[in-house]
Design a binder for this molecule. Structure first.
Ligand code: NAD
Length: 355
């Protein structure tokens, strides 16, 4: 039986992960595959318990697991620690790097039910259905960094190897083939040498995918186009820092950050987590939106376990519950039926039972 390591983490992470586990168990009930869930510590919770954001036991369990479901890490309590020891750098970035999770996938799909929840005009976001594929273990965030004196200065080195570029861009083409065949590679080739190598390699790989319509876009233009005409995009592939910024921007096209799931992959092995943080401001109140985590569970079924049908069942159950007018407080408008975190999880399980 495949093993899933559940790492609730901090803040609302502890409230939203049980809902995703509940939904995964419900969708797999009576089917040929079932999952074995194990639990571990990460982030501030791990610092408090064992003095380290990524305990050795957690890393060993993550290495042994077939997939990992993570809530979120961080909070004001641990902000006084040196950066490298904090939940984000010492926990999250470390586990991504240790497992070589080089491909971050964030699908953004506007639910017809939530068009009005967007800050953008309905006609702009109405049919948004795109995926941002971000390189996650290279580039500026992992390059050499440091400080110098006389004059006081700081540097971060942006470096990409051919292999790092090739594997993420290949994945972009493969995803485009499975979707509508459009791939937009985002770079800054007019200024950056690393982007020029990125573009050369992308053009070369394109020869193996004649059915894919490849375009290139500078990152500044991509940011503008995402809010101007998001429907032009299907799959976007880009490097780490550009992806960091564009994924947050793109997540707002789906109506709410509480709805955007993510998968970070190295082959079939994946870490699945919502795109938002630990939301300390609302933690412990049973009001956090669990849907991004529940939808991350669907991505787990799709990418780690090849259970496409079950993944779609979860996605359809989420649509159905939203269509019935149920909302967590972050999405609720006057007249909506407001549910707490646990109750939203129950509603998804019930909707699965109806199909
Ligand atoms: P955040 O995403 O936690 O919260 C931003 C805002 O969105 C808050 O008002 C919050 O209440 C709301 N929000 C977020 N998720 C929600 C949900 N599921 N339902 C309802 N509302 C939700 O970002 P932040 O406030 O900048 O960061 C808080 C902490 O989380 C920090 O310590 C930060 O470093 C950490 N963080 C962790 C991750 C991660 O674990 N992947 C990502 C981003 C931030």
């Amino acid at each position: 039986m495949p093993n899933v390591l559940v790492l609730p983490g901090d803040g609302i992470g502890k409230e939203i992960t049980p809902e995703a586990v509940k939904v995964l168990e419900a969708v797999l009930k009576g089917r040929s595959t079932s999952l074995n869930f194990e639990y571990g510590l990460i982030g501030g919770a791990a610092i408090d318990e064992v003095g380290k954001a990524l305990p050795d036991a957690t890393l060993a369990a993550a290495q042994a697991a077939d997939a990992i479901l993570l809530g979120a890490v961080g909070g004001p309590k641990w902000e006084i620690l040196p950066a490298q020891e904090r939940p984000e750098l010492g926990g999250l970035l470390k586990i991504r790097k240790a497992l070589s999770l080089y491909a971050n996938i964030r699908p953004v799909k506007m639910s017809p039910m939530l068009v009005d929840a967007s800050t953008l005009r309905p006609e702009v976001v109405k049919d948004v259905d795109l995926v941002v594929l971000r390189e996650l273990t290279g580039g500026l965030y992992f390059g050499e960094k440091g400080r110098k004196t006389n004059p006081t200065s700081a540097y971060d080195i942006l470096i990409y190897t051919e292999e790092e570029i090739r594997r993420i861009v290949e994945l972009g083409f493969q995803m485009a083939v499975k979707r509508t065949g459009r791939l937009c590679s985002v770079d800054k080739a007019n200024v950056l040498e690393s982007s020029r190598l990125w573009r050369e390699i992308t053009v070369e790989i394109a020869k193996d995918y004649p059915s894919v319509d490849l375009t290139h876009m500078y990152v500044d233009n991509a940011a503008m186009q995402l809010v101007l005409r998001p429907n032009q995009f299907d799959v976007i592939v880009t490097e780490n820092m550009f992806g960091d910024i564009l994924t947050d921007l793109a997540s707002m096209l789906g109506g709410s950050i509480g709805l955007v799931p993510s998968a970070s992959l190295n082959g079939k092995k994946g870490l699945y987590e919502p795109s938002h943080g630990s939301a300390p401001d609302i933690a412990g109140k049973n009001i956090a939106n669990p849907l991004a985590t529940i939808l991350s569970g669907a991505l787990m079924l799709r990418y780690s376990f090849d259970l496409e049908e079950e993944a779609q069942m979860i996605e359809q159950a989420v649509e159905a519950v939203l269509a019935e007018g149920y909302r967590t407080p972050d999405l609720a408008k006057p007249g909506d039926k407001v549910l707490g975190t646990r109750e939203m999880g129950n509603a998804i399980v019930e909707a699965l039972g109806r199909n």
